[in-house]
Ligand binder design. Structure first.
Ligand code: HEC
Length: 168
């Protein structure tokens, strides 16, 4: 994403930066598409629900029931991993623990996909719906990622949960 930034991804740009360079990069990122969504997300972060009036985020019942049409094949997982790397790591962190560099600036913490309890309360359908709709500061992805990509990234979120909780 943010291919206008000299071919490097926005994430790489931000991750490699500190201090005022980072702010500059976020401003630059406002220039197009997905970057505009992200910039907006950060701009509104201060206005999103503060921790003390946080309401749990629940997907509608009919969205919860939708079945995942993309089985967790190696192909779908690889595609989902790519989507996650390009768009989600910034806030949710490399391994999905909710510890991304961008998330630190937000007053609503990005979800932790390594939390097996949180993830078992969600169906694939509800994860898919939340990814599509967003809730500030989480951007909506339905106009940026295809349906297929959103299901593939759901597969990858399941893998992150499994990997984090695998018995060694
Ligand atoms: C700008 C930071 C940001 C980015 C980028 C981001 N998220 Fe989020 N995400 C959040 C925050 C913050 C929450 C918690 C929102 C809340 O609970 O109100 C969240 C919540 C979620 C949830 C809901 C989890 C649950 O069980 O309720 C899912 C699923 C999710 N994100 C997936 C993704 C995916 C997939 C991507 C990449 C395509 C992504 N997010 C990119 C910030 C972000």
């Amino acid at each position: 994403m943010c291919h206008n930034l000299g071919g490097k991804t926005f994430l790489n740009e931000v991750t490699g930066m500190t201090g005022k360079n980072k702010a500059h990069s976020l401003w630059l990122a406002g220039a197009s598409g997905i970057c505009a969504v992200l910039a907006l997300s950060f701009a509104f972060a201060g206005r999103a629900a503060a921790a003390d009036d946080y309401k749990p985020w629940v997907a509608p019942e009919d969205a919860r029931k939708v079945k995942n049409p993309a089985p967790a094949t190696p192909e779908n997982l690889a595609a989902g991993e790519q989507v996650f790397h390009d768009n989600c790591v910034l806030c949710h962190g490399e391994k999905g623990a909710g510890d991304g560099i961008g998330g630190k600036a937000l007053n609503v913490k990005p979800a932790n996909f390594t939390d097996a309890k949180l993830m078992s309360a969600e169906t694939d359908g509800s994860l898919f719906w939340k990814i599509g709709e967003g809730r500030l500061p989480m951007p909506p992805w339905k106009d940026i990622l295809t349906e297929k990509q959103r299901w593939q990234v759901v597969d990858y979120l399941r893998k992150l949960t499994q990997d984090a909780n695998a018995k060694h």
